[in-house]
Ligand binder design. Sequence first.
Ligand code: AMP
Length: 498
Amino acid sequence: METIYAEEEEGKLKDHCGVIGVYLSNHDQNASRMAYYGLQSLQHRGQESTGLAVADGEKVEHFRAMGLVADVYSREKLAELSGHIAIGHVLYSTSGKATIENAQPFVSKAKLGTIAVAHNGSLVNTEPMKEFLEETGSTFTSSSDSEVIIKLIAKNYKKGLEKALTDTIQLIKGSFALCVMTEKTLIGARDPNGIRPLCLGQLQNGWVLASESCAIDAMGGELVRDIAPGEIVIINDDGVLSFNFGEKTSKKTCIFEYVYFARPDSIMDGIGVQEARIKMGEVLARESGVAADVVIGVPDSGIGSAMGFSKASGIPFAMGIVKNKYIGRTFIAPSQEEREAMVFVKLNALKSDLFGKRVVIIDDSIVRGTTSRRLIQILRKAGAKEVHFRISSPPVKFPCYFGIDTPARAELISATHEIEEIRQAIGADSLAFISMEGMIEALQSCEYEDDKESVRTNTKAATHRDGFSPNGASNCGYCQGCFLGEYPMPMIGEIGKR
Ligand code: AMP
């Protein structure tokens, strides 16, 4: 396994992975097609490699490839991967580290059976775990911290599946949303802080686990609820059994999911992502209003906040910028010069919305400042009279150790510059970020209340052992590490990334 120091990371801030799990109650049906639809909907969470593992009650088949979901699975391949249980994965890693060995799901054949694992998140104690495993005879084929998880489960498998899972999960530290599969069972688990998302959905004839609810919608299913921090769900022909794996839980959902990563049509931990972005825009307008003729948003994640800013300020919303749909986040420009050039290829101005106008432009974040600097040039070229930049998240000042690849701290413009210096560097007439309190206020105003009929309170669908309630963890906490440098748990030196 390769261990990466976050401070040494190269490249743009990158997103993490997406996981999916499908269990169909009719054993003659094929879960791989459903999982494929789910992976298509999670493509925004990772575009470098993908994989599926499928079980038919007796054996596990397995396929991994580099590339996009739509390109790598043929009709024939999906038919070959037959079985009523499936788990799948889409992965994002840096260009240099994108190898087939790191593609997931990982599959391990233990004496008592086969285990497959798809993991989203990052462990912070990979090294000691790996040393322990190597000392007891395990070997590793990838540089992924997720391989540690499957090796630990395989090692403990003789104790029985449940015990193997709970023992493993208590040993690993960091962020994890897991889909695990054996020949007969689908399992979901979320770390005690629930940093990375995972939700449960119901199909007409089965169950789904997914990083985001948009994947459940794509399969024609219904979102049941989020998996709670520290919860394990075991899905088989008996239904869904849910229990807590014994650690103290405290919800710390990654706040950047709402800012940037998640699709706007997803509902995550009871909060509609688009609704949250709109609220952030409303708060931003209240905190940093400015006289202007038009509000525009940087596609895609700035659009919701721009709509909210427009609603709260009364300044008309316009499209203003067109995004080239065919340039995904796959493109990882190795040099600053190429990164800058790519902004022009990816985004262009709509002159008719901007010419002669005072423009407010909203983006979800400033990381290095590359996008904002180039965008302002584009807007001025299109005739904007004034450009007021507003950011719907606070300044990103710290690296993430829990699944989001951030560039080295020295490259984070807000870590080294005051807001006025950034304004000058990007060439805006004014610049303002939402406050931390404002962002929390926006999110909290979107939280569903427990007494409302909501996805969070739908506990009927599972059997809960020992009085465990998936709504027990309060919905008030977020990991704000990238903004505040305060993390949900201590780092253990080196960081294994996923
Ligand atoms: P920068 O150009 O380095 O300041 O990056 C900020 C831009 O990147 C904004 O337009 C964001 O929408 C976008 N962004 C934020 N986080 C990520 C990420 N993890 N991967 C790719 N783009 C991102």
